[in-house]
Design a protein around this ligand. Structure first.
Ligand SMILES: NC(=O)c1ccc[n+]([C@@H]2O[C@H](COP(=O)([O-])OP(=O)(O)OC[C@H]3O[C@@H](n4cnc5c(N)ncnc54)[C@H](O)[C@@H]3O)[C@@H](O)[C@H]2O)c1
Length: 294
């Protein structure tokens, strides 16, 4: 695949085919874009095409993605060199691998070396400062934080993080990328957890701790937020949607960078992850979902 044979279509490289990578691929394919989905795990790679198709179908049924749009081509691969086919003027790379700084650093270094110069590279990190990850890429001016929410096809706004080294051209390119996906940016400053997770993660941690202390059952705790406070979801249902393993990883990132004990992952969260109760993706978390979700 090369820019020349891409028929003028936009191309998106997505790194990691987990909860978010699959969702991002479905969003882009559903907008007619060609997607190169890079995943290192054999099982995740094998499952990815079916999961992308499933999300695309759901999104179209809900009217969240255009039904009349011919889906873009999806290539699932372990080979980062495929990113070299992206035309910087009509494409970008979104990194969405596991929330570990060392791992993201390695993947971003390899991806930025494989992509053409001047290709926008974004990170979907939940909490690692963009300025910290910038040390890994070949040109920090082209790195931006794009914190998509789950599922990407349903949530229209994206928390965009401008790092200390991010250039003006990259900010223009990120707005073009999001517009091509039918999303819009809410731009915020850099720092652990940005805006969303600096606040949300301590709330989830506290909610899980309170369940452990027996103050409320998960259903009642969430109902206080939905039915009494009018929130769309309670913190425990939100944690289940994110994935409890990812919540723990994100709390660790925040705790290490702030030293604030409010972010130290609490016992009930660690127990759930240790038992394989990861939330919606495993079918069981603080709530039950009657089977594994895509
Ligand atoms: N889950 C959410 O709601 C959510 C929302 C916003 C942002 N995020 C962030 O998005 C990123 C991904 O989260 P997720 O929930 O999809 O996690 P996940 O665990 O579901 O998926 C991560 C994927 O990355 C793959 N991976 C690991 N190392 C890799 C490598 N070297 N090359 C290619 N693939 C590799 C894993 O095999 C896995 O499939 C994280 O940074 C997370 O913090 C998650």
């Amino acid at each position: 695949m090369s820019a020349a044979d891409s028929g003028g279509k936009r191309m998106l490289g997505v790194l990691g085919a987990g909860t978010m990578g699959v969702g991002l691929a479905a969003l882009a394919v559903g907008r007619g874009q060609r997607v190169v989905l890079v995943e290192s795990d054999d099982g995740q790679r094998a499952a990815a095409p079916g999961r992308v198709r499933g999300q695309l179908r759901t999104a179209q049924l809900l009217g969240a993605l255009p039904r009349e749009q011919e889906p873009g081509e999806l290539l699932v691969t372990a080979d980062l060199d495929e990113l070299g086919a992206i035309d910087p003027a009509a494409g970008a790379v979104v990194e969405s691998v596991t929330e570990r700084a060392d791992l993201k650093g390695d993947v971003l270094a390899a991806a930025s070396a494989a992509a053409k110069d001047g290709t926008l590279i974004t990170t979907n990190t939940s909490a690692i400062p963009v300025g910290e990850l910038a040390a890994a890429v070949t040109d920090p001016a082209w790195l931006v934080g794009t914190h998509f929410m789950n599922p990407p096809y349903l949530v229209e706004a994206v928390e965009v993080v401008r790092g200390p080294d991010t250039g003006e051209e990259a900010m223009t390119a990120v707005h073009a990328l999001l517009a091509s996906l039918g999303r819009r940016a809410v731009v915020v400053g850099d720092g652990p957890g940005f805006v969303s997770n600096r606040i949300l993660m301590r709330m989830i941690n506290d909610a899980a701790r309170m369940v452990g202390e027996g103050r409320a059952e998960p259903a009642a705790l969430d109902e206080v937020f939905t039915d009494c406070l009018g929130h769309r979801m309670g913190p425990l249902a939100t944690a289940d949607l994110i994935g409890l393993d990812n919540v723990v990883d994100t709390l660790v990132v925040l705790h290490e960078r702030t030293g604030d004990d409010a972010y130290r992952p609490c016992g009930p969260l660690l127990t759930a992850v240790g038992d394989g109760r990861l939330g919606r993706k495993s079918g069981e978390g603080f709530h039950s979902y009657g089977g594994v979700r895509a």
